[in-house]
Design a protein around this ligand. Sequence first.
Ligand code: B16
Ligand code: MG
Length: 220
Amino acid sequence: MRKLEAFIFDLDGVITDTAEYHYLAWKELAGELGIPFTREDNERLKGVSRLDSLEIILEIGSKQQAFTQEEKELLAKKKNTHYVDLIKQITPDDILPGIKTLLEDIKRAGIKIGLASASKNAPAVLKGLNLLEEFDYMADANLIAHGKPDPEIFLDVAENLKVKPENCIGIEDAKAGVQAIKRANMFAIGIGSTNLLREADIIYASTSELSFEKLTKEFC
Ligand code: B16
Ligand code: MG
């Protein structure tokens, strides 16, 4: 029988919504490159690494071949400098509904809490939210070789929490993230559209619907 040992959270789109800051920073860079970039385009970047996000934007502008790898790294760095500046305004008020209570209930039940975010800025975001102390282990995106949907980041968190993947609940808002959780052989909770996240074991429209009681019942 399965025994729930850990909850593993995605960050952007689950714990807080930084998508708008990513959008503003990418939009400015895209503008400088003469590439039209909309909020709809930004949806494609959720859960995708920084350099892969840049590739998608260059593809939108048919400019993938216009830069060397070194130049692409400088462009991604420029976007990140702007993004880092924008996330300085994050406060605990930016924690998505239901998340604070869920984290408190998990902790009270003695179950471990991990973070599986593709963001290299995850520690800064969690610091702004005043949630750094809540996590027993956070994956370091700098050390993960394969991005979501590869299961590597979720398996890294389970290994470091010293729990079995099948005893974990993963929570994600991106399609690639849900796929990564399933490939890691974990129970997947999707936050967002049923159509997009249909591979998840359960889907909720918003984090406000999450509760420790509901999730543990669904897992059993
Ligand atoms: P950074 P998650 C992802 O975070 C974001 O959804 C995605 O839009 C972003 O490009 C990626 O992190 C990398 O972020 O540039 O800060 O390293 O959803 O996996 O928590
Ligand atoms: Mg996400």
